[in-house]
Design a protein around this ligand. Structure first.
Ligand code: FES
Length: 115
C-alpha cells in the first residue's frame, strides 16, 4: 500500500474518506457515489486503485467490467475498451479518451482519495 502519511502531508486538505478498508475485499471491484461522482474502487493483493466509474466511450459503469490484476487494467463490459488503472488511458478502441484516476491512501481503517 502507499505510504499514506507521506502522501497526505503533500496536500492534506484534499483527501477525502470514501469508505472503510473492510468495505472492499481483495480482488473486489466496488462502485460508489461520493460527492456526486461515480467512483470505481479496485482492490488487488497489494494496492487499492480508484478511477472514474463512467467509461469515456459511453455512459456505462467500468465497475461492471473485468479486471486484470497482473496488467493493472479494467475492461469495459459494453464494448471492450481496456483502461489502465494507473493512468486511466484507454489501451484500445472504441474509447479514445482517458478516465480520471485518483490517488488512494489507507489511513487506519479508512480509504481516502485525493480529489
Ligand atoms: S461504453 Fe465502454 S467501451 Fe463503449
Amino acid at each position: 500500500m502507499t505510504d499514506a502519511a507521506a502522501l497526505e502531508d503533500t496536500d492534506p486538505g484534499s483527501w477525502k474518506t470514501v469508505c472503510g478498508v473492510d468495505d472492499i475485499k481483495v480482488g473486489e471491484v466496488k462502485s460508489l457515489m461520493f460527492e456526486g461522482k461515480a467512483l470505481c474502487l479496485i482492490r488487488s493483493q497489494d494496492n487499492i486503485y480508484c478511477i472514474d466509474d463512467t467509461c469515456s466511450h459511453e455512459d456505462y459503469p467500468l465497475s461492471s467490467g473485468e479486471v486484470d490484476f497482473d496488467s493493472c487494467e479494467i475492461e469495459c463490459y459494453m464494448h471492450g475498451s481496456i483502461f489502465s488503472l494507473l493512468t486511466g488511458e484507454p489501451q484500445n478502441l472504441p474509447a479514445t479518451e482517458p478516465v480520471d484516476v485518483y490517488r488512494v491512501s489507507v489511513v487506519g481503517e479508512e480509504i481516502r482519495i485525493l480529489f
